[in-house]
Design a protein around this ligand. Structure first.
Ligand code: ADP
Ligand code: MG
Length: 571
């Protein structure tokens, strides 16, 4: 079939307007022809016989009159074994390969297959000839890292099929035909280990959507105890530049009790992305002792790549997340930063001369953000397995002002808000999540009433601190001073956590439950201090002991000894 070809009639930055004959549809992929190079583009608006396309590459050299070939296909991602351990750009080009073949400065119009065609996978069929199958039905499996990768009837094959041929167990590459399926019209279809998915469409191929009610334990006390996240839920981390958003996401990706982490590094500064690329492959998975990369996928675009590619990267990432959720796995997608993605939307909207909304963001910003987070969820798959896709996005508003459209639109859809504060990061109170500003509607590991008790201490402590800045330490009572010091201890030893200490870096749910009860006893205890000096000295001694406790391995002898001591002194 001959592809539909159009001619460029206008170019504005990364947007081209193309006059065409025939049919062109929204979100279809086209290639702008620049000599030998084919620059990948996506139709973002069609009006009459003109299509506006965002080009995923630098448009330098393109001119009016140049041709654009339309493919009649949507922007898709390749799904199959081999995604784990990979580092891709927003269009699923494997970055290390690209760098090898094209040099580190990516050549325009140079695309590689997402999945390695050479690598052999040990494939075991799980269906027999004459069996009846539908989409989502597993046809065979192959080990991928520590998981069993399920090769299924491709989502987009919407019929009921009879298995007409099955390959013998053995080692095959992803593009070899491993099974043949006959549809209801008698037509035979070849199926390989690869399937494609249109990235902008939410994958609803599961039996049932379940309420996300299970806590996702991140190992960070301030999150799990105070502002929890659920498996299949959503959360956001807004914060000013340098407050620790990226570090918090990295800590989470190491320690959270999930199977697979997908990191969508979209549009942050190139240096940071390079750092992620350098650090991740050498990190160890604290759960298995194997390489963390074995259960990780990184999708990255830096701010120096064209804006359109950033937009694609979040969709590529979420599509991969849905795919692994379909195998009954718990997936965590971390997007850093969604503000860069929103800026890409703003830039393209400006070029389309759409009527701008607040701060020149397009009017559909809110619905785009909502659609993205709504792809998270906990589901029962057709085979009964339960999987989840949790989405956590950072937001980096200019000047750390949360009253801006991206933060506000995000807050409307997410289930938890971990707001980072400049004051806390300046004071090196890490993770710098503000305990007074943040919230969560998710189900945590500690009963709400207990958490509320602790929050009340923090609120009162903060009020007393404010008072002290006006009237000084002399102006408040010993009781007030005691409460203030207790809230400081609670903050220092429970909310703050030392990412560099082997033990303290991650705190299990059981440990949090045990320690939190002791902390509550501590803040509740009436010490009957006679003056502020006594209060400060005693409470600081407690603080030292708590901090030491934090570094003692859970259930170790030292830990148990400390626990006993706290129990007897606080009784
Ligand atoms: P952001 O992504 O918000 O711009 P980063 O995550 O890059 O900020 O953090 C900036 C710096 O703050 C880090 O390089 C590190 O020095 C410090 N930092 C952030 N979080 C922590 C933490 N949990 N423990 C220790 N240092 C931290
Ligand atoms: Mg960052």
């Amino acid at each position: 079939m001959k592809n539909n070809v159009g001619q460029i009639i206008a170019i504005s930055g990364n947007m081209i307007s193309v006059e065409f004959n025939g049919n062109v549809r929204q979100n279809e992929v086209g290639y702008a022809i620049l000599g030998e190079m084919h620059l990948k583009s996506e139709v973002i608006r069609v009006h009459g016989t003109v299509a506006d396309l965002q080009v995923f590459e630098d448009t330098r050299g393109l001119k009016v009159g140049d041709s654009v070939e339309f493919t009649s296909e949507l922007l898709t991602v390749e799904l199959g074994p081999g995604l784990l351990t990979s580092i891709f750009d927003g269009l699923q080009n494997p970055l290390p390969d690209l760098a090898e073949r094209a040099g580190y400065f990516l050549k325009r119009g140079f695309y590689l297959k997402g999945l390695d065609r050479e690598k052999k996978w040990e494939y075991t069929p799980t269906v027999k000839v004459n069996e009846t199958v539908r989409h989502g039905h597993t046809l065979g499996t192959t080990p991928e890292g520590t998981f069993t990768h399920q090769v299924k009837v491709p989502y987009l094959m919407n019929d009921t099929y009879t298995v007409s041929w099955v390959i013998d167990p053995g080692e095959y590459s992803v593009d070899e035909v491993v099974v043949k399926l006959r549809d209801s019209n008698g037509v035979e279809h070849d199926v390989t280990m690869i399937q494609v998915w249109p990235v902008k469409i939410s994958n609803k191929y599961y039996a049932e959507r379940l309420a996300p009610t299970e806590p996702l334990v991140t190992g960070q006390r301030i999150i799990d105890t105070f502002f929890p996240v659920n498996k299949g839920g959503t959360y956001c981390i807004p914060g000013p530049f340098g407050a620790g958003k990226t570090v918090l996401q990295q800590i989470t990706s190491r320690h959270a009790d999930i199977d697979i982490v997908i990191i969508a590094a979209c549009g942050e500064r190139a240096g940071e992305v390079v750092e992620t690329l350098r650090e991740f492959p050498v990190l160890e998975d604290p759960r298995t002792g194997r390489a963390l990369m074995e259960r990780t996928i990184i999708i990255c675009n830096t701010s120096s790549m064209p804006v359109a590619a950033r937009e694609a990267s979040v969709y590529t990432a979420v599509s991969m997340g849905e795919y692994y959720r379909g195998m009954g796995l718990n997936v965590l997608l971390l997007a850093d930063s969604t503000s860069r993605w929103a800026q890409a939307l703003r830039e393209m909207s400006g070029r389309l001369e759409e009527i701008p909304g607040e701060e020149a963001f397009p009017a559909y910003l809110e619905s785009r953000i909502a659609e993205f987070y709504e792809r998270a969820g906990r589901v029962r798959n057709y085979d009964g397995n339960i999987g989840s896709l949790t989405i956590g996005g950072t937001v980096s508003p200019a000047g750390g002002n949360f009253n801006e459209p991206v933060t506000q639109s995000t807050l409307k859809v997410v289930k938890a808000f971990h707001g980072l504060s400049r004051a806390r990061s300046d004071a090196r109170r890490y993770p710098a999540i503000d305990p007074l500003d943040s919230w969560s509607k998710a189900i945590g590991i500690i009963p709400m009433e207990k958490v509320e008790q602790a929050k009340q201490v923090l609120r009162r402590g903060n009020e007393i601190a404010q008072m002290m800045t006006v009237v000084g330490q002399e102006g408040i009572s010993t009781d007030e001073y005691t409460l203030y010091q207790k809230s400081e201890v609670l903050d220092r030893v429970y909310l703050q956590q030392n990412a560099f200490n082997e033990v303290d870096a991650s705190c299990s749910a059981e440990r949090q439950q045990e320690v939190f009860d002791i902390i509550l006893q501590f803040v509740d205890k009436d010490f009957g201090f006679s003056d502020k000096d006594e209060a400060r000295d005693t409470l600081l001694t407690f603080q030292e002991k708590f901090l030491r406790w934090n570094t003692q391995a859970f259930q170790s002898e030292a830990y148990q000894k400390s626990l006993k001591e706290f129990k007897s002194t606080l009784a």
